[in-house]
Design a protein around this ligand. Sequence first.
Ligand code: UD1
Length: 416
Amino acid sequence: MLKITGGNKLYGDVDIPGAKNSVLPIMSACLMNDAEVLLRGVPHISDCDAMSKILGIMGCRVVHSGSDMLISTRNATLSSISPLLAGEMRSSVFMLGPMLMRFKQAKLARPGGCDIGRRPIDIHLAGLRDMNVVVREDEEYVYCDASNIKPAEIYLQFPSVGATENLMMVACSAVGRSVIRNCAKEPEIVDLAKFLNSLGASIKGAGGHTIVVEGKGKTFNRSIIYTPIADRIVAGTYALACAMTGGELNVKGVKSEFFSSVLSKISKNSCYIKYYNDRINIISHARPHALDYVVTAPYPGFPTDMQSQMIAYLAIADGDSVMVENMFETRYRQVPQLVLMGADIKVDGARAYVRGVDKLHGAKVVATDLRGGASLVLAGLVAEGDTYLDGTHFLDRGYDRIDQVLSSLGAQIFRL
Ligand code: UD1
């Protein structure tokens, strides 16, 4: 449980670690490589622990020491991913592509993760079938056989981040040219392609609509050192923390272009933002103003992973705002908790109508997903009195010691 006493402004520098959504697919992609990989800047978050556990079950060695992570897959053996493991984390689905390259087969329990919507994997599976992978499903498991895998032209029904990444990896196993269209364009996809290319893959076009993979059909065999990109969602969360509480932060190590959709919302609205080579300087100068509409969309649109935190910002803005969540069906689960803290928010389907209030007040609240938890932390930082936040294991999935970071910036936040 976290105890947060609101009211302190935040001042100082914050170093942003590697992005969860880059590190997880990159960790799984190590299975496509029969040599050691050293990853730098890896955050200490429980999703990385869960992925280490999955790799461990496959016979791989993962050593996470400081911010370095050494992964050796030399002794990898085929093993199925049980409901218990897959239930811990949606990203277990990233093992599909690498398992098919390494073993030509995969048996994976349906992936879990934060309960923010239905989260099917039909787009992943449709792409696999296009590549002639035999896919069978029952209630619990997905079974894949890639013995006769072939390159293909694939059109994604929706630009799914995970499906783009998985199919990019699967296409490396099919000898010849695969073309994936209507791809997601998130920076983490570009990062995964860069990582795979440094192992010896040939992937072009990542970050655009169409990705072309010249599959070589063989496991890679290259020892490399790689630093995944920094976490734009963690950076965005701390930027909003500064905007809400007041004060001045230097956000370091992350490219501003990766979260400009977030920075542009607070710039001029409540903050002055200056861009330097090595940092983004954010000075909060006013109480947040309402934003007419904030609409979540695939990158470079406003990220669904910042929606919950932005609602906390709008909850203390002057005026009325509307949030539209277009990506996940049940991503407003933290709203009743914010209401307990005095927020005035009404949810109607994909829309949340936020009437800003002068002050939030401390309360006993519970996080029910990762970003919802972050939004409650932000609310706690500005609330009058004490907030007790339960469900902190959700926060630990994606924020490396958020309490210590905020405390070093001047917040009153303690883990009980
Ligand atoms: C990734 C991110 C997550 C982020 C999300 C959207 C990782 C590890 N996680 O999740 O933090 O919130 O992108 O930016 O990178 N869909 C289908 N069928 C599929 C796949 C997806 O219908 O086979 C739907 C989903 O239910 C959702 C939408 O497509 O409504 C977007 O999902 P997707 O982009 O796949 O998200 P993830 O890869 O799961």
